[in-house]
Design a protein around this ligand. Structure first.
Ligand code: B1M
Length: 235
């Protein structure tokens, strides 16, 4: 795809063409072009969240389909992921700049055996933008890391991410460890990741499954408000 795109001047494209071109550039792992595209859309007055969902997540969805179908392989997908992260880095401070009142605290991490972190990072960004303090444990977390972080950070929420059908059951290992330590009811447990669904969330004993970052924010807000109301009622 790259050769035919050599002469394209991103700033000369209209919005639809630019978003389409950014999907192609993400597909080709062209980090500099993604950064340029994000900046152009910002200059044109696009909201950071719209750029995130339409230009970046939209592009990554196409990458995901071709990865699934064996058209793209890990090295190409890694380049696409790096380009996506470069775009997200520009949007992160803008999404966090909402001046939202402090809502609560969340510890979040991708579970053991899983190195996917784009979705988790997006959730962290959106939560920070909504006024949550976020402690990000990164990827490949064994249950001990989650438990240590809960003890050290005392958050309202534990968030877990998994992108593989082989790693999603590990979320139950973490929740079971919390139950064993008598900690389960002290925290709101939210889970997310492409292969999960509501039924899975319920089956493993999470408080809620969050389809995407926006749902994660809304769910977190409503659970934290409920927790505060319960505390006020018992005080
Ligand atoms: Co991977 N990979 N990958 N991969 N990869 C998937 C997940 C896959 C579906 C691709 C496919 O076949 N179509 C497939 C899984 C199949 C399955 O399990 N059934 C797969 C595979 C097989 C693999 C490897 C095994 C490939 C291999 O080595 N042969 C390998 C596994 C490595 C490992 O983890 N041990 C692997 C590796 C990689 C890369 C390293 C190349 C790269 C990751 C780079 C990175 O993250 N830094 C990668 C990528 C990029 C993908 C796809 C293409 C894109 C994932 C992504 O970033 N999506 C993915 C295909 C797909 O998902 N369609 C795929 C964009 C992101 C914004 O969405 O992560 O879903 P998502 O997050 C959303 C929601 O799910 C939700 O909110 C987010 C934002 O809206 N959410 C949460 C996520 N976490 C949440 C936590 C919450 C709440 C909401 O907590 C409260």
């Amino acid at each position: 795809m790259a050769d035919e795109d050599d002469d394209i001047i991103l700033a000369e494209l209209d919005d639809d063409e630019l978003v389409q071109q950014m999907h192609d550039d993400l597909y080709d792992g062209l980090k500099d072009e993604i950064v340029e595209g994000v900046n152009i859309l910002l200059e044109r007055g696009w909201q950071p969240y719209t750029i995130l969902t339409e230009a970046l997540v939209g592009g990554m969805t196409i990458v995901g389909k071709d990865f699934r179908d064996g058209i793209l392989f890990v090295p190409e997908v890694l380049l696409a992921a790096n380009a996506m992260k470069a775009g997200m880095a520009i949007l992160k401070p803008l999404l966090a700049e909402t001046g939202a009142p402090k809502q609560g605290k969340m510890v979040i991490g991708t579970v053991k055996g899983d190195i996917h972190d784009i979705g988790k990072n997006l959730v962290s960004m959106m939560m920070e933008g909504a006024g949550f303090e976020v402690v990000d444990l990164g990827i490949n977390n064994p249950f001990e890391t989650y438990l240590d972080a809960l003890e050290a950070e005392q958050p309202d929420i534990l968030g877990m991410s998994a992108l593989l059908t082989t790693t999603m059951p590990y979320m139950k290992v973490v929740i079971d460890a919390m139950v064993e330590k008598g900690l389960r009811d002290d925290y709101i447990v939210l889970v997310g990741g492409a292969p999960l669904n509501e039924e899975f969330g319920r089956a493993i004993g999470a408080d809620a499954y969050c389809r995407d970052a926006a749902v994660a924010v809304e769910t977190a807000k409503s659970f934290v408000a409920r927790k505060h109301n319960q505390l006020a009622a018992t005080a």
